[in-house]
Ligand binder design. Structure first.
Ligand code: FAD
Length: 496
């Protein structure tokens, strides 16, 4: 086989690692494609080997998975970031869009579209992720209540199936594979290009945080905000457990609206809920009204008086905010540590029951990392993609974004955090809360069946159609590669 790019067999250990830093599955080769043809011919070659081969193929975006989802034990990993497709192409006009390579990082797409005064509508909290990687999951952030996740803001995809065929698809054309691939955990095809919807880009952002000690008041305000016509442009929130003192560290770049009152506010180790919202504006057009608009919105909320903090930042800096934290953590050597993250969708009707037990008894402090909690409105989400969400119209995104200290046996150690995650999950199971995992990972197919519920049959039918030998994305551990050599085991944490 000849390639425009190259296939490496040496120095490939880095792809047996991801952001989670818990699973390490060694492949046999890494393909650095230069063209879509490099990918399609590799997959076709492996497909044509049929069940005589055990080879699998994993597309790797930026390797920011948590549990080996972009790894391929003894298989071929495709480094999607080295794919060169024509430069990003932007269409301006009434329905603007951008055509990008699936290996492109969202941060690069932001900078390119800003040159035309445009930007994508829906984001993740962190932009150093690839287009193909987030579209294979969902891509959720504080804009999702209005625009849906990133998978709802795609016009067209170019995909290579598990047979090596190149398919262009959209809502109108090859719609079944289009919907299958969005949120499809890499199971049905490798996305090589995407057409992403754009909107006029705001210039600046008023970024606001306010504290609550009452979860009922906090969730009531969040839910009102996501359902109001006239609201903020970004709505999230997080939990602060057992922090004492003046609570300065989490709001260092924010100015208190009431400096005297804020200086006297002491958390006393309470469980606090922090509403985080943002309003976009253009100083040339709306600087007079923006403060009044924000005051009107804030006047309807029941946060603890004197705990409103405001920051004004440029739009790209707001979107790229987590990267600032990344730089600081990298400096301290705290970025490349294990990340036993747990991301859940909790039905609205059960969020208080969840909160009472989990924040009251199981998670005793938030010193290992942030815990996000915010509602989204499913009526704005398309329900024909492969993404699985709870049955209710409103559900909460709850993310435990903990980092473990390597080799610690204490509360900040990996085993402790994993055990805590298990306690949370066991509680959800015992009470039948109807939760769903986001960025899911299971070790048995039974668990996957439960995850997909009534959607399992469709998921399997699509797998048989688009990747009948189960060659693609083996690290998700959903299907076994069809092979006459017997079963592959992918679930072990260290098979290097
Ligand atoms: P990878 O981890 O490389 O791949 C993810 C999966 O998709 C794998 O199964 C892989 O095989 C498959 N895949 C990759 N590329 C393709 C492709 N082109 N075609 C088909 N399949 C492909 N997610 C959110 O929704 N919201 C957030 O706010 C958010 N914040 C995050 C912050 C940080 C610091 C990190 C590390 C992750 C965050 N994520 C968030 C999760 C992120 O969406 C996932 O990690 C996702 O996997 C994207 O990472 P990646 O591009 O590195 O993809």
């Amino acid at each position: 086989m000849t390639f425009d790019g190259n296939l490496s067999f040496d120095n490939i250990r880095h792809v047996a690692k991801d952001f989670g830093n818990i699973y390490h599955l060694m492949p046999c080769a890494v393909l650095h494609p230069k063209s879509v043809f490099d990918i399609s011919s590799t997959v076709k070659y492996i497909f044509d080997m049929g069940s005589t081969s055990e080879l699998t193929v994993a597309a790797r975006g930026h390797g920011h998975s948590l549990k080996g989802q972009a790894q391929a034990y003894k298989g071929v990993v495709i480094d999607m970031e080295s794919l060169s497709v024509p430069e990003m192409n932007i269409q301006t006009g009434t329905l603007p869009y951008i055509d990008v390579s699936a290996g492109e990082l969202w941060i690069n797409m932001l900078h390119e579209s800003l040159k035309h005064g445009l930007a994508p509508k829906s984001w993740t909290d962190y932009l150093h992720l690839t287009v193909g990687g987030t579209l294979s999951n969902a891509g959720i952030s504080g804009q999702a209540f209005r625009h849906g996740p990133q998978i709802n803001n795609v016009h067209r995809l170019k995909v290579i199936t598990g047979r090596g065929e190149i398919v262009t698809c959209s809502e109108e054309h090859n719609a079944d594979i289009f919907h299958a691939v969005l949120g499809g955990l890499g199971q049905f095809g490798i996305i090589t290009e995407a057409r992403i919807a754009l909107e006029p880009a705001p210039k600046k952002v008023k970024w606001i945080r306010a504290l609550y000690s009452d979860i009922y008041a906090f969730t009531k305000d969040q839910e009102n905000l996501i359902s109001s016509r006239d609201s903020f442009d970004y709505i999230e929130g997080f939990v602060i457990i057992n922090r004492t003192g003046l609570l300065n560290s989490w709001r260092s770049s924010f100015k208190p609206k009431d400096p005297v009152g804020a200086n006297h506010f002491i958390s006393e180790g309470r469980i606090l809920f922090c509403l985080e919202v943002a309003k976009y504006f253009d100083p040339a057009e709306s600087s007079k009204h923006i403060d009044e608009d924000i005051d009107t919105l804030l006047s309807k909320l029941s946060y603890i008086e004197s705990t409103v903090f405001i920051s004004e930042v440029a739009y790209p800096d707001f979107l790229d905010r987590v990267h600032q934290s990344e730089m600081k953590l990298r400096e301290k050597g705290l970025w490349e540590v294990p990340h036993p993250w747990l991301n859940l969708f909790i039905p609205r009707s059960r969020i208080h029951e969840f909160s009472e037990e989990v924040f009251g008894n199981i998670v005793r402090d938030t010193s290992n990392g942030p815990v996000l909690i915010y509602p989204v409105n499913k009526s704005r989400w398309k329900n024909i993609t492969s993404l699985i969400t709870p049955a209710e119209d409103v559900f909460y995104v709850v993310s435990f974004l903990f980092s473990a200290t390597p080799s610690s046996k204490g509360k900040d150690g990996l085993e402790h955090i994993l055990a805590q995650n298990n306690r949370i999950l066991q509680f959800c199971e015992r009470r039948r809360l109807g939760i769903k995992h986001y960025l899911p990972h299971y070790s048995t197919q039974e668990d996957w069946k439960t995850h997909f519920g009534t959607h399992w049959e469709v998921f399997c039918r699509r797998k048989r159609t688009y990747d009948p030998l189960a060659i693609l994305a083996p690290g998700q551990n959903i299907f076994q590669r069809a092979s006459s050599h017997g079963r592959h085991t992918y679930s072990s944490r260290n098979v290097a």
